[in-house]
Design a protein around this ligand. Structure first.
Ligand code: ADP
Ligand code: MN
Length: 170
């Protein structure tokens, strides 16, 4: 079984993936890192928005790289968009949510343009990542978790561990 961690940029995906991969000995995979490591995809980097504008062909190249790792299992994958992956890859989808205030502070401290900060905050308000997760996976495997405070973080880690053990994840 593999785990997908999704949510608007700044909701805490990397922080959570790092903790869970250490604690549960999982292989942490970042979708964006695959894009960075495929030379022909570098032309698709959007400097203004600080992201790749990936078309279907580009996404499929990344899926091909990921497939053998996903088949081994015990991977935890970070990506803000739940749609590109085959549904069968994931047994648990963690959807992180944060308040506008938290996102504003976290995204403003990055090298993001005001436009990108605003775009991501709007995406969170309009539940874009949530809808993408819900159109891709069964509600029974989506865990939607608040990610505003350190207390949230610690209780999320506990809750995820409980979920995994009650679903026979070794
Ligand atoms: P993402 O990978 O979703 O873009 P990050 O994990 O990089 O998000 O987190 C963005 C910022 O928010 C980091 O500075 C991180 O330390 C902080 N952060 C993450 N989760 C929490 C939380 N639950 N409470 C407070 N701060 C958090
Ligand atoms: Mn991240």
């Amino acid at each position: 079984m593999n785990i997908l961690v999704t949510g608007t940029p700044g909701t805490g995906k990397t922080t959570l993936c790092q903790r869970l991969s250490e604690q549960l000995h999982l292989n942490y995979l970042h979708f964006g890192s695959f894009a960075r490591n495929i030379p022909v995809l570098q032309d698709l980097w959007n400097e203004q928005m600080q992201c790749y504008d990936l078309d279907d062909e580009a996404e499929n190249m990344i899926m091909d790289e990921m497939e053998p790792l996903m088949e081994q299992g015990r991977c935890i994958v970070e990506h803000h968009d739940a749609r590109p992956f085959p549904e069968r890859w994931f047994g648990l989808v963690i959807l992180l949510r944060s308040s506008t205030e938290q996102l504003f502070d976290r995204l403003s401290s990055r090298q993001y343009s005001q436009e990108k900060v605003q775009e991501n905050i709007q995406a969170e308000i309009f539940n874009i990542c949530k809808e993408q997760a819900e159109e891709s996976y069964s509600p029974s495997i989506i865990l939607e978790l608040q990610s505003n405070t350190l207390d949230d973080f610690n209780s999320n880690v506990d809750l995820i561990q409980q979920w995994l053990s009650s679903h026979q994840f070794q």
